[in-house]
Each structure stands twice: as structure tokens, then as C-alpha cells.
Design a protein around this ligand. Structure first.
Ligand SMILES: Cc1ncc(C[n+]2csc(CCOP(=O)(O)OP(=O)(O)O)c2C)c(N)n1
Ligand SMILES: [Mg+2]
Length: 375
């Protein structure tokens, strides 16, 4: 007679499912810290608690302008995509503006470097790169910043120390560690800010980079832009440790969680991280809690979250509205803000006109810039 198979009773989520082998009682008290209360590495120096940046009225206005430029530029890119002027992949940065603007405002443009993934237009704008050449890259024109051959995901400006624009999820983290190594090796005093997403934070090479960066005390700030989703997968569903700022603990890299919808919190955290890294203490992780309003890319069925969820973030935490309120509290009048809006729209429209009218690369360009010849 066939033996009746016994199924294990379904266990409530979080219950230990692996068999626990009986352990011999410990002779001495465990040396490791128990889970919970204490930090895992006792007596270890940590970066100071970041403070929100105290911006002057002019600085606030500058943050407002930069964030609005990103928002309007991205909205225009979305329109041009719909009209067929932009092809291929295109990932918009709408909702995340405070992160790039706040962090990059603290960098030293002469020596620090930046590297990020494919959601890169906003980063380039925050870095002060001309919107015309960014838009022309999106439309695949010869005047584009990568000569029209990189497109949305592969924009570079070594002149601005902006090293891309990378389509391989997580690859920029190892490359960022390499840039930091260059800063250290040449003694140029620079720091690399390496941005990546919550999804990328689960890639293996990220941890190889963490290990080496801490071991060699490389001047790198690992910035996790936790916008809650990796394509259609929420961070909580895909990550065993969803408090991403803790991801460096086993490498002894300190982590800080930051309100990524507040440009002043972003700037304050950047200053704390830069002080730590510039003092030669090695890398820091900044987990920026942010949110992407639009789809992952231009084709996204948006079935993984509700409209209400998106609307609630827009209503309660929009980074641009936040700064607008601060400006109003400083006495900046509605008219002045409207003038800013008009100026930004003009810049964006000019960029779009340029990107539509400037010529495509010559067909012969297909074979240039493919290999770098070194002797
Ligand atoms: C190595 C690799 N695996 C998978 C993909 C496909 N892919 C493109 S974007 C993406 C999600 C990444 O999400 P996240 O890191 O959170 O960044 P976000 O898009 O939210 O900015 C995936 C899986 C890829 N491009 N590269
Ligand atoms: Mg994400």
C-alpha cells in the first residue's frame, strides 16, 4: 500500500523553516551583540547625525529652479517620446528631483565625480550640463552629448566628471569604486558619488565593490536611490533587508537613511557624508527614500501599484511643492515663482526645438567611437 505523504503544515510568515541542529551549550557568553538594541560593531566611530541644510533665500530659489528644470525637462521628454522623436529606452526622473539636486549641490565640481544608472537625465541637469545637448542626445542627434549614439541611458560628460549613464543594473557601483580608486591613487582630493537603485542594491557586484572600497578606504559615497520599486517589484517584496542603509554593515560601511523628498535633508546628508569621506575614513552609504511618479520606463503597465498610492505621495511629499512653500514663507511672491516657471519652460522649449532641428549623425559615424585605440 502506498504510503501516505505527510505535508508540513503551512507556517506563518517569518517562522523558522530550516531544521535547527541542537547546539552544545556555550561555555562563555557570546561575544557578538544580540540582535536589536546595540549597533553591530561596538565602539565604532560613525558619521555625525546629519542636519537639514540651512539654505539662504537665494539658495532655496536655486534648488527650486534646478528641480523645476528637471521636472519640466522630463515632462517634455515624455511628450517627445510619445510623438516619436525619442526612440528606445527612456527612464524619467520625475519625483526624485530633490536627490540629485540636493546631493550634487554639495559636491566640488572641480574634483568630485558622479556616476549613475540609466535614469540619468536629471543627474546631468543637476550637474549643470546644457539641457540642449541632453535633449539632442535623447533624439539621437549629432550635437547630443554622446554624439547621438548613447541615447537616454548612455550619456557621459568627462569634462564635467560625469561618468554615465549605465544600462547594466549595478555595474556603475563597481565602476564608481574604480573612479574613487583613481581619486585616491592620484591624490586629487576628489570623491566619487555612485548612485544606484533599490533593485540594483541586490546585485552581487555591489558587495564586491563595498568590500574593496572599505578595505582600501576609497573616497566614495554609495547613494541608494530607494524609489520603492525595481521595474514592477516593490523593495519590500524583493529584499530580505529592506532598510537599505544597513546593507554595508558586514563590510563596516556606515549607512544613513535620508528623506529623499526634502532637498535640504539631502544636502545636509551629503555634507555629513562628504566630511566623513574627505577625512579619509572610507565609504558611506546614503539611502535616499524617494519615489518615482512615472512608470519604470515609457512602457509600463503600472499594475503593481495603485493610482491612489502615487497621488498620495504627490499630495503629501512632492519635493518641489515643499521648496515652493518654504520660498513663500520667506516672502517670495506668487508672481516671482510664475516668472521662474516661464523661464524654465523657455529653456526646455528651446532645448526641444534644438533637439528636433539639429541633424542626425552622419552614417559614417556608425563605426567611430566603438573602440579606443591605445598605443
Ligand atoms: C544586470 C541587469 N539585470 C537586469 C536588467 C533589467 N532591468 C533594467 S532596470 C531594472 C530595475 C532596476 O531597478 P532599480 O535599481 O530600483 O532602479 P530604478 O529603475 O528604480 O531607478 C532591471 C531589473 C538590467 N538592465 N541589467
Ligand atoms: Mg528603484
Amino acid at each position: 500500500m502506498a504510503q501516505k505523504r505527510r505535508y508540513r503544515r503551512a507556517l506563518p510568515y517569518g517562522t523558522e523553516v530550516f531544521p535547527i541542529v541542537a547546539k552544545a551549550p556555550r561555555a562563555t557568553a557570546p561575544t557578538s551583540t544580540p540582535t536589536g538594541a546595540e549597533p553591530p560593531i561596538p565602539n565604532r566611530e560613525r558619521p555625525a547625525e546629519p542636519q537639514p541644510y540651512k539654505a539662504s533665500k537665494d539658495e532655496l530659489l536655486q534648488f527650486y529652479k534646478e528641480m523645476l528644470l528637471i521636472r519640466r525637462f522630463e515632462e517634455k521628454a515624455g511628450q517627445l517620446y510619445g510623438l516619436g522623436f525619442i526612440g528606445g529606452f527612456c527612464h524619467l526622473y520625475i519625483g526624485q528631483e530633490a536627490v540629485a539636486v540636493g546631493l550634487q549641490s554639495a559636491l566640488d565640481g572641480d574634483k568630485d565625480s558622479v556616476i549613475t544608472g540609466y535614469r540619468d537625465h536629471g543627474h546631468m541637469l543637476a550637474y549643470g550640463i546644457d539641457p540642449k545637448v541632453i535633449m539632442a542626445e535623447l533624439t539621437g542627434r549629432a550635437a547630443g552629448i554622446s554624439k547621438g549614439k548613447g541615447g537616454s541611458m548612455h550619456m557621459f560628460s568627462t569634462e564635467h566628471k560625469f561618468y554615465g549613464g549605465h544600462g547594466i543594473v549595478g555595474a556603475q557601483v563597481s565602476l564608481g569604486a574604480g573612479l574613487a580608486f583613481k581619486h585616491k591613487y592620484s591624490g586629487d582630493g576628489g570623491v566619487c558619488m555612485a548612485y544606484f537603485g533599490d533593485g540594483a542594491a541586490n546585485q552581487g557586484q555591489v558587495y564586491e565593490a563595498f568590500n574593496m572600497a572599505e578595505l582600501w578606504k576609497l573616497p566614495v559615497i554609495f547613494v541608494i536611490e530607494n524609489n520603492q520599486y525595481a521595474m514592477g517589484t516593490s523593495v519590500n517584496r524583493a529584499s530580505s533587508e529592506d532598510q537599505l542603509y544597513r546593507r554595508g554593515e558586514s563590510f563596516r560601511i556606515p549607512g544613513i537613511q535620508v528623506d529623499g523628498m526634502d532637498v535640504l535633508a539631502c544636502r545636509g546628508a551629503a555634507e555629513t557624508a562628504l566630511a566623513w569621506v574627505r577625512a579619509g575614513k572610507g565609504p558611506v552609504i546614503l539611502e535616499m527614500k524617494t519615489y518615482r511618479y512615472r512608470g519604470h520606463s515609457m512602457s509600463d503597465p503600472a499594475k503593481y501599484r495603485s493610482r491612489d498610492e502615487v497621488q498620495a505621495v504627490r499630495d503629501k511629499s512632492d519635493p518641489i511643492e515643499h521648496v515652493k512653500k518654504l520660498l513663500e514663507a520667506e516672502g517670495v511672491k506668487e508672481d516671482a515663482l510664475k516668472t521662474v516657471e516661464q523661464e524654465i519652460r523657455k529653456i526646455v522649449n528651446e532645448a526641444a526645438d534644438f533637439a528636433e532641428q539639429t541633424p542626425e549623425p552622419d552614417a559614417g559615424e556608425l563605426y567611430t567611437d566603438v573602440l579606443v585605440e591605445t598605443y
